[in-house]
Design a protein around this ligand. Structure first.
Ligand SMILES: Nc1ncnc2c1ncn2[C@@H]1O[C@H](COP(=O)(O)OP(=O)(O)OP(=O)(O)O)[C@@H](O)[C@H]1O
Length: 303
């Protein structure tokens, strides 16, 4: 197992930023850690990279405990933090050589710096000061430093945030390539980001894991459920839908307009008309929609 979390929690005061989460990530997986703002993504990533201690539970990275063996964990993980702490007055090469020294790369350091400059497409900008670079190139410098010591596991916190669409395409491509050799966990609050780069998604909401699985399986699950939008002439009670067979979930847009989720929309339509007749109610409109992955994500992470 590359990364293993077992019942991990982390509190800030009374607030549980991460609340009893467990998951295993296998070598070579590229996993999207998806959740809205404040879900607990950064807190989790900082604990995996041994920069923050869990209050309870256990985290292992390639078999090393992040609390007892934090140095070993730092040696085998590369971390791109959300706020990439770069030094604007240093030249790109100078900064990377300095980081190589911190990683004790010794004589190998200079050659490795040139390798990561090539790998991250920094060649043309490598003679500049970091402060002169565009945000996209600064992000590449961050990635280059995360890769310097050739880590087995890469932890990337919102790697494309603030980049323009062209830069996003380039960085995504780079991460996909890195994912061929390394275990990658990347956080984002954008579903498309996960779809573009990952095979698996872990969705976190208010510190808890609300979904974990293969993207394709989640998509199939989304398609298997159908959504009906029904509008009634009358105002209905909050729990009216519990008397109608086949409704898995219901949500009121207004007391007249409801969104219903069912496995079999055609069967549910018949049941709805029967319910309307028996209760002397009138359906104004009824529409069926396929559920998208986006809707599944929104439903799982609604406040
Ligand atoms: N140092 C801190 N002190 C107090 N509360 C914190 C601290 N760091 C994070 N939190 C709180 O913990 C919760 C989880 O924050 P975290 O940064 O892990 O979320 P996130 O999913 O990374 O969010 P975002 O996508 O906005 O970066 C939030 O409610 C946040 O306000």
């Amino acid at each position: 197992m590359s990364v293993k979390l077992t019942h991990v929690s982390r509190y800030y005061g009374a607030q549980a930023a991460v609340d009893d989460i467990s998951f295993d990530i296998h070598p070579g997986e590229v996993v999207g850690f998806l959740g809205p703002n404040g879900a607990g993504k950064t807190t989790t990533m900082r604990m995996i990279t041994a920069y923050l201690k869990p209050d309870s539970g256990k985290i292992e990275v390639c078999g090393h405990d992040v609390v007892r063996d934090s140095l070993a964990v730092k040696r085998i993980t590369g971390y791109l933090p959300e706020q990439n702490p770069l030094y604007p007055d240093l030249y790109v090469r100078e900064y990377l050589r300095w980081m190589a020294d911190i990683h004790h790369l010794g004589k190998r350091g200079r050659q490795r710096v040139e390798e990561v400059i090539g790998l991250t497409g920094l060649g043309k900008e490598s003679h500049k000061k970091i402060g002169m670079l565009s945000k996209g190139y600064r992000q590449r410098v961050g990635l280059a430093q995360a890769l310097l010591h050739d880590p087995e596991v890469l932890i990337l916190d919102e790697p494309t945030s603030g980049l323009d669409p062209n830069q996003i395409v380039d960085i995504r491509q780079l991460i996909r390539e890195l994912g061929r050799q390394k275990t990658v966990i990347l956080s984002t609050h954008i579903l498309q980001e996960v779809e573009a780069m990952c095979q698996r998604v872990i969705i976190i909401h208010r510190g808890k894991i609300v979904a974990d699985g293969d993207i394709e399986a989640l998509r199939q699950q989304a398609i298997a459920q159908q959504v009906l939008e029904v509008e009634w002439a009358e105002t209905l009670a909050e729990d009216w839908w519990q008397d109608v067979p086949g409704i898995q979930q219901a949500r009121a847009h207004t007391p007249h307009q409801w969104q219903l989720i069912a496995a079999d929309a055609e069967e549910l339509k018949k049941n709805l008309f029967r319910y309307a007749l028996q209760n002397n109610l009138n359906i104004i409109s009824l529409q069926t929609q396929m559920r998208s992955l986006e809707e599944v994500f929104r439903q799982l992470t609604q406040i």
